[in-house]
Design a protein around this ligand. Structure first.
Ligand code: CP3
Length: 341
């Protein structure tokens, strides 16, 4: 089903700018918190297709965004590769055994874990209003590997970064397994009805330039190439958070159709440096949305102006903060929709 978001990702120029927010399905919404409490936890919710579809649609019902992002998590892939996955209250995700202590071969893969996620996509696609784009997603191999290796999140991803220097072949084997799984998983989402997919690389920014080529650009290029063979018409959005001056190389070399940009980059620089006509997504600071000062409308206008000459999907520079007031989201939507360029 065409729609403003899908058309924009495909490079069509338009006077209107489509809008969705990373992590739009989640804890800043009271209706999410209520459903999560009734299901007992995040994973229970993510594997319950009916409930997960309801969460996916909550921000569409409330705000009328142009895209619905599947409610799931990037850590479903390690779970399907056989790691134990838990989300402990207040502590973030835990994976075990961590791959500093165990090999991939010692894990028992559980590919059936993807099935309820595909079912969520199928249900949502049936229920979405016309013109709203169904977005699938996965984590990038590097970002997923940082969790698989350390068994948890960290400030500087030191376990995976150190492994990259100490034993690059070991990290390569992990990355290869994630590449293969990610192609399967994204392809499954597309077959179930996802109309575009995003690859989240939340920790792309922690790598030195040569390492970035090896662990971010090369694996993502393999995923994009494999998906393009199977699903040539499905746009892939790459989001290499924190990539800084390495963003243009990422955009050229991975083959992604569109790039997501975080808030640390000046949109005027991004507009100059990206290939002509390449769709861009971003890049309002989620903390400005949280704070909601007068700067909000000004910054929204500055971003819209900077990207006026190329296809632009309005979004945040990273996920919405869970303390964000609903009223600030409503102001953001009014500012984007009311913009006269
Ligand atoms: O609205 C959406 O974007 C839909 C679904 C989505 C979730 N996680 C749901 C979720 C998406 C796209 C993600 C991506 C994700 N998950 C990333 C990449 C993007 C980013 O934010 O950097 C990463 C690194 C993860 C791993 C992860 N999942 C962490 C570190 C945590 C705990 C901290 C946190 O942000 O809450 C999660 C849990 C998680 N994933 C929640 C949600 C709604 C919160 C769970 C809860 O209800 O307590």
């Amino acid at each position: 089903m065409p729609g403003l978001l899908l058309d924009t990702l495909n490079g069509a120029p338009s006077a209107k700018v489509p809008l969705w927010l990373m992590r739009q399905a989640g804890r800043y919404l009271p209706e999410y918190r209520e459903l999560r409490a009734s299901k007992g936890g995040f994973l229970e919710l993510a594997y319950d297709s009916e409930a997960a579809c309801e969460v996916t649609l909550q921000p569409i019902d409330r705000f009328g965004f142009d895209g619905a992002i599947l409610f799931s998590d990037i850590l479903i892939v390690p779970h399907a590769l056989g790691q134990k996955l838990e989300f402990l209250a207040g502590e973030g995700p835990k994976l075990s055994p961590r791959l500093v202590d165990a090999t991939l071969e010692s894990l028992a893969p559980a590919p059936e874990r993807y099935e309820p996620i595909y079912e969520t996509v199928r249900l949502c696609r049936k229920r979405l209003p016309e013109g709203v784009t169904m977005l699938g997603f996965a984590g990038s191999p590097w970002t997923v590997a940082t969790y698989m290796v350390a068994g948890e999140g960290s400030r500087d991803q030191h376990e995976a970064r150190a492994l990259a220097y100490r034993d690059p072949a070991a990290l390569q084997a992990i990355i290869d397994a994630i590449v293969e799984q990610t192609v399967t998983y994204l392809s499954g989402q597309i077959q179930a009805g996802a109309e575009a997919v995003q690859i989240f690389d939340s920790w792309a920014g922690s790598l030195a330039p040569d390492e970035f080529e090896k662990w971010v650009i090369a694996p993502n290029a393999r995923i994009v190439t494999a998906l393009a063979e199977m699903h040539p018409d499905i746009p892939v959005i790459g989001f290499p958070k924190g990539s800084g001056e390495k963003l243009p190389a990422y955009a050229r070399e991975t083959g992604v159709k569109a790039v997501g940009v975080d808030e640390t980059l000046d949109p005027r620089w991004v507009a100059r440096e990206l290939p002509d006509g390449m769709p861009v997504q971003g890049n309002l600071d989620p903390l400005l949305l949280l704070a909601g000062s007068d700067e909000l409308e000004k910054r929204v206008a500055a971003i819209l102006e900077a990207f006026a000459d190329r296809p632009h999907v309005f979004n945040l520079g990273h996920g919405i903060d869970r303390r964000t007031p609903i009223a600030h989201v409503e102001r953001l939507i009014a500012a984007v929709r009311g913009w006269q360029g």
